[in-house]
Ligand binder design. Structure first.
Ligand code: ADP
Length: 626
């Protein structure tokens, strides 16, 4: 039994191809994790890195509490099952299953016990004397599973184990592997390009594309709340419909206008998490509706479509069509107007009929047309709040508060501004008070819908906040973006600072041993790095590491002001946000913000931090090294 931790894992192949980027996941003991995505997205590479068959370029891999990056595959206590079965053709089933154990010099008696037990579980007891060539694909895959099973590993790694089997056998083996996982109570990691396998087997699924993780979630969350258009399209069959639309808010309704002319009106409540910039009627967005969430009628209500094909499958019917009432010029590439509807069978429709499609507004999705990221995040990224500047006060949310000095710097004579307020910037305090309209649990956090007249202000609140409460709060001003219309006047202050520097080593003689010490060199600040990180950087970049420039990332909270030593900086500015104050300091080309208190007025300052708080990034390729 084992949990696994993959922390910022990267794989760059020798030819420079970056196959896996910044892959992080905590896998709990006994989970069934599926890596899914189209061919070439990096799933097998990740699995092979876990198995130890492929080296890890950067990042840490833990099995249990042990860092296994450099551990031999045989010592990792994992067993891998391959798509190709990888059986020894000249050996019997029994010998194939016993082979690994014999290599480990296990007593024959124990081997026999283990093989017989596994053979029984997999129902291959009658084939133990056969050679693989005399067996069917399904039976061979069972032998391959058996060979993993007898090793009693902490973690099972399965690489597309069913893709050589026919559809019926695949379905059967799917349930068998799921049952096996239940009875073995071990951790399974399973790679497939088949979304049905992923959805039916995984406790959690990692969806990948082009080497990047797109979303890690439970099957139902992937289906109901896909993070982007790619995940939305990949999960579900037939694929989700996507339409180019615009959205216009009209009081408590929102009008969805389709490119071909139709429009549909839905309650605002259904899209209250969509940022208001998308609700002005001028911005193209992508509407996603699953075929099973559409219905058809003939009475002229809904989206007009012409039926181009009907697939009657008995239990369900898939209706394909084009929006509008004519087909236009035929092109296979023209997907924009395509619509697919999944319904139970009905005999009153046929190809070329003009019918009307309706959808349930509770089941729709919206994506940004450029980034393709959802516009309906479980926790919205920002609240937009309009404010009026009144002398040295800022009027918003029904109150007037002191105008932060940093805001007045950028405002000029501007009186109307908009604040983008992330939910985490709404903090306990007494400046504002709004009624709680609703509280929703989102991934162990409480999202409160605060009633702000014609819209909601979304805030993260503690467990004791309930619907109907008056919620008192303040704003963390430094975490807000300030806009004039769509023009950004002042950007929120991030939590991390970056410094550029180099990396060096010195060799010291200690008790007759030569010991290497490594340093992060930021100008004249030599910060000793943990030896393991030094070796890590050296193993990734080779001896070039002593010539390269690195980006050192550090959380601002971890930067200290010291009396002497550290990095001596000039203070070039003081940024006052009211509730928070920062000094902008500079040394050479490095410029950063540090936290300071109200009385700070020095012209130079020495700053220091611990090397254990520093993250090191390659400046040559976008990669976190440690
Ligand atoms: P998947 O399992 O998702 O199909 P892989 O992990 O096998 O994808 O491959 C990810 C990417 O890495 C692909 O673009 C593939 O061509 C590339 N790749 C795989 N192995 C190597 C290798 N040994 N050298 C260079 N590139 C590789």
């Amino acid at each position: 039994m084992a949990n696994l931790k993959l922390s910022h894992i990267y794989k760059v192949y020798e030819n420079g191809h970056k196959a896996v980027n910044d892959f992080s996941i905590d896998i709990e003991d006994q989970e069934f994790i599926v890596f899914v995505g189209p061919s070439g997205c990096g799933k097998s590479t990740t699995l092979r890195m876990i198995a130890g068959l492929e080296s890890i370029t950067a990042g840490d891999l833990f099995i249990g509490d042990t860092l296994v990056n450099d551990m031999e595959p045989k010592d990792r206590d994992v067993a891998m099952v391959f798509q190709s079965y990888a059986l020894y053709p000249h050996m019997t089933v029994y010998e194939n299953m016993a082979f690994g154990l014999r290599n480990r010099k296990m007593p024959e008696e124990e081997i026999k016990e283990r093989v017989m037990k596994a053979a029984k579980m997999l129902d291959i007891e009658d084939y133990l004397d056969r050679q693989p060539k005399a067996m069917s694909g399904g039976q061979r895959q069972r032998v391959a599973l058996g060979r993993a099973l007898v090793r009693d590993p902490k973690v099972f790694l399965l690489d597309e184990p069913l893709s050589n089997l026919d559809a019926k056998l695949r379905a059967q083996m799917r349930s068998e592997i799921t049952a096996l996982h239940k009875s073995l109570k071990t951790t399974f990691i399973y790679v497939t390009h088949d979304q049905v396998e992923a959805m039916t087997m995984g406790t959690r699924i990692v969806v990948m594309k082009l080497g990047y993780v797109q979303q890690i979630d439970t099957p139902m969350n992937l289906y109901n709340m896909p993070y982007n258009k790619f995940v939305a399209g990949f999960i579900g069959s037939p694929q989700m419909n996507f339409f180019d639309v615009t959205l216009k808010r009209e009081k408590d309704k929102v009008k969805i206008s389709f490119a071909q002319g139709d429009s549909v009106t839905i309650p605002y409540e259904n899209v209250c998490k969509v940022h208001e910039n998308y609700l002005q009627g001028d911005r193209k967005v992508i509407l996603g509706v699953r075929p099973e969430h559409l219905t058809l009628n003939k009475d002229g209500d809904g989206l007009k479509m012409i039926i181009t094909n009907i697939e009657r499958l008995g239990n369900e019917t898939i209706v394909y069509g084009k929006l509008g009432d004519h087909l236009g010029e035929f092109s296979l590439k023209d997907e924009g107007n395509n619509i697919t509807v999944k319904i139970v069978d009905r005999d009153d429709i046929k190809v070329d009929d003009v019918v009307y499609a309706n959808f349930n507004p509770d089941k729709i999705h919206f994506f940004d047309s450029e980034t393709e990221v959802t516009l309906m995040n479980k926790i919205p990224n920002y609240n937009s709040v309009h404010c009026k500047v009144d002398g040295d006060k800022l009027a918003l949310l029904g109150r007037k508060v002191a105008l932060p000095e940093m805001f007045s710097r950028v405002l000029g004579s501007e009186k109307d501004v908009t604040l983008a307020i992330p939910p985490h910037a709404i903090v306990p305090g007494k400046d504002f008070s709004l009624k709680v309209a609703k509280v929703e649990k989102v991934d162990k956090q409480n999202l409160a819908y605060l009633d702000n007249g014609d819209s909601y202000l979304f805030a993260l609140v503690s467990d004791d906040v309930k619907k109907g409460d008056d919620y008192s709060f303040a704003l963390a001003n430094e975490k807000l973006d300030l806009y004039k219309g769509e023009e950004l006047l002042l950007k929120a202050v991030g939590d991390q600072e970056s410094l550029l520097g180099t990396f060096s080593k010195t060799e010291v003689k200690e008790n007759n041993d030569r010991v290497l010490h490594f340093f992060y060199d930021i100008s004249d600040y030599h910060l000793e790095a943990a030896a393991e990180n030094g070796y890590k950087i050296n193993s990734i970049d080779g001896d070039n590491c002593y010539k390269n420039t690195y980006r050192y990332g550090i959380d601002r909270d971890k930067i200290r002001i010291v009396d002497e030593g550290g990095l001596k900086c000039d203070v070039v500015d003081c940024l006052d946000y009211g509730n928070a104050r920062f000094a902008k300091v500079r040394h050479g080309d490095n410029e950063l913000l540090i936290n300071v208190d109200k009385d700070f007025n020095a012209s130079t300052v020495n700053i220091a931090f611990d090397s254990s708080d520093v993250s090191v990034y390659s400046t040559l390729i976008d990669m976190m090294l440690c």
